[in-house]
Design a protein around this ligand. Structure first.
Ligand code: GLV
Length: 327
């Protein structure tokens, strides 16, 4: 008997076909995530679950999956999954680190440059028929070359952003609970306490996971410490930033601009103030959205799923303590 798996959305075929071959695959064909009741019903008789960051895999879902042997998420972040509940049940959780690092770092720079040089405003300007002449003081932005970049979270993606920043001759500060002398030497990045990083940076970019320590890390106090000319970039997770405080910061000029790939709530409603503020660039969580990256993520998610179903250690496991807890 082939194991039964539920796949919560259509993913690139390179990831689906090995799953279809090895398993009795049930695929949610909806454009939107399956509703909670569907998720609860589907996991009830599944051996494996292949899910996305939009699926709330909470303790209730995990408890409903009485037969679940593996959860494999096609994303690097797993804050939507109750890892503790999965570990307690002995269920390994797979994720997709590494393969989206460069695409996400590229996109972080796209956001940074779009906000600094007011690219979306320029596009709107031309589309609205307002371009009548070269304007000596029109759409002035902020310099990137030799500016100070503050990276919060110097993991794989933060370090990849730092590598790009060197090409712009930026001074690079970082804050991370784990000091990284190896990267300080390799990339010439300087460690700074969070408050110092916020006060000194022209650009503050977030690359930390969402957890209890990072929830609302960028709150009113943090935003008020930033320079009035500074730009905030978030390609991590929406709730790392206090949205209400950011709206006030952008409306009242505590900071100059923001560029967000992720928001809280997500998706953000089109009538939300962040969407209409001219100094805020919002895009729909697309930092890893390149053809090749999404194919690599789908492949890795399938590898994790199939390894778990075979009872093997997951190649990329987000809760490795599940193995030591069992031993
Ligand atoms: C995207 O946000 C991911 O976590 O992979």
């Amino acid at each position: 008997m082939k194991p039964v798996v539920f796949v919560t959305r259509r993913i690139p075929e390179v990831g689906l076909s090995p799953v279809r071959e090895a398993c009795q695959m049930r695929l949610w064909e909806g454009e939107l995530p399956p509703p909670k009741d569907v998720l609860l019903r589907e996991v009830a008789d599944c051996d494996g679950l292949l899910c996305l960051l939009t699926d709330p895999i909470d303790a209730e879902v995990i408890a409903a999956g009485a037969r679940l042997r593996v959860i494999s998420q096609m994303a690097v972040g797993v804050d939507n999954i109750d890892l503790k509940a999965a570990t307690a049940r002995g269920i390994p959780v797979g994720h997709t680190p590494g393969v989206l690092t460069e695409a996400t770092a590229d996109f972080t720079f796209a956001l940074l440059m779009a906000a600094a040089r007011r690219v979306p405003e320029g596009v709107d300007y031309v589309r609205a028929g307002k371009w009548r002449t070269w304007e000596p003081m029109g759409l002035l932005g902020m310099d990137i070359w030799q500016a100070t970049l503050g990276i919060i979270g110097l993991g794989r993606i933060g370090a990849a952003v730092a590598r790009r920043a060197r090409g712009f001759a930026m001074r690079i500060l970082y804050y991370d609970p784990a000091r990284r002398p190896d990267l300080e030497a390799e990339l010439g990045v300087e460690y700074a306490e969070l408050d110092d990083l916020l006060a000194q940076s022209d650009f503050v970019t977030l690359h930390c996971p969402l957890n209890a320590e990072t929830y609302h890390l960028i709150d009113e106090r943090a935003l008020r410490r930033m320079k009035p000319t500074a730009i905030l970039i978030n390609a991590a997770r929406g709730p790392v930033v206090d949205t209400a405080a950011l709206v006030r910061a952008l409306s009242e000029g505590w900071i100059r601009a923001a560029a967000l790939d992720v928001t809280d709530p997500e998706p953000i409603p089109p009538d939300h103030p962040l969407v209409s503020l001219p100094n805020c660039v919002v895009v729909p969580h697309i930092a890893s959205a390149t053809v090749a990256t999404r194919e690599r993520m789908a492949t890795m998610a399938a590898e994790n799923l199939l390894a778990g179903l075979r009872g093997e250690r997951l190649p990329y496991c987000a809760n490795p303590d599940v193995y030591t807890a069992r031993a």
